[in-house]
Design a protein around this ligand. Structure first.
Ligand code: AP5
Ligand code: MG
Length: 215
């Protein structure tokens, strides 16, 4: 049983680590960004609304995100825990999540905060490529696929996320600092935050997270 949140600026490695953590602890990986991207791909009303904000690197309005996240948390597979990636992202969202969990007799066990400096975030995001089909992540310099532009896992085409242009990345970092970074203090006050150096290589980051979780 593990109820956890992965916090960190865009490009800190939340998605990369989330896949590993979800597998090790056998809990669902819930990424609000992935839910929005799936809706954009399917052309739903939610996707159309979210795209307007995501393409600029701004946050999707709180009420919309809270509705999506809490609806997902009510699904059966979350009964024995969950890993939230990219939610909450504002103090208001965190308060609403706390209220929701309390109403269901639950609380967060740990909040994992991945720290990475801005220069490295820009390098990672502008060079990131993702598989169009399975979503696996790569980097043009530091995590190359075996065959250029092709996913090692499923053989599909690798693409660049539309919000990974330098201009949008810079705005996403600005938005993170203004609206999401205050969550570090919020969770520090509850004594459940673990600050992890996100710059030390994938395996080392993962090992630090497992040590912090402690089970
Ligand atoms: P979202 O999809 O959550 O994006 P993000 O937070 O900007 O973060 P990223 O997914 O870009 O980065 P990541 O930390 O997952 O890093 P990754 O592992 O891929 O949100 C997108 C948008 O949706 C938001 O801008 C907003 O509009 C909207 N949204 C979503 N949730 C919302 C919410 N709650 N409220 C309002 N709006 C919301 O790694 C990045 C790169 O680095 C990869 O290339 C990877 O290979 C590399 N890498 C990872 N780890 C390492 C390492 N240790 N060393 C070297 N390279 C590494
Ligand atoms: Mg991600």
């Amino acid at each position: 049983m593990l109820r956890t949140v992965l916090l960190g600026p865009p490009g800190a490695g939340k998605g990369t680590q989330a896949v590993r953590i979800a597998e090790k602890y056998n809990i669902p990986h819930i990424s609000t960004g992935d839910i929005f991207r799936k809706n954009i791909k399917e052309g739903t009303e939610l996707g159309v609304k979210a795209k307007e904000y995501m393409d600029k690197g701004d946050l999707v309005p709180d009420d919309l995100v809270i509705e999506i996240a809490t609806t997902r948390l009510l699904e059966d597979d979350c009964k024995n825990g969950f890993l939230l990636d990219g939610f909450p992202r504002t103090v208001y969202q965190a308060e609403k999540l706390d209220t929701f969990l309390k109403a269901h007799g639950q609380k967060l066990d740990i909040v994992i905060n991945l720290a990475v400096g801005n220069e490295e975030l820009i390098r990672r995001l502008t060079g990131r490529r993702v598989c169009k089909l399975c979503g696996a992540g790569y980097h043009v310099a530091s995590m190359k696929p075996k065959k250029d532009g092709i996913c090692d896992l499923c053989g599909s085409e690798l693409i660049q996320r539309s919000d990974d242009t330098e201009e949008t990345v810079v705005n996403r970092i600005r938005v993170y600092e203004a609206q999401t970074a205050p969550l570090i203090g919020y969770y520090d006050n509850s004594g459940i935050i673990a600050n992890i150096d996100g710059t030390i290589g994938l395996e080392h980051v993962f090992n630090s997270i497992v040590t912090a979780i402690g089970v």
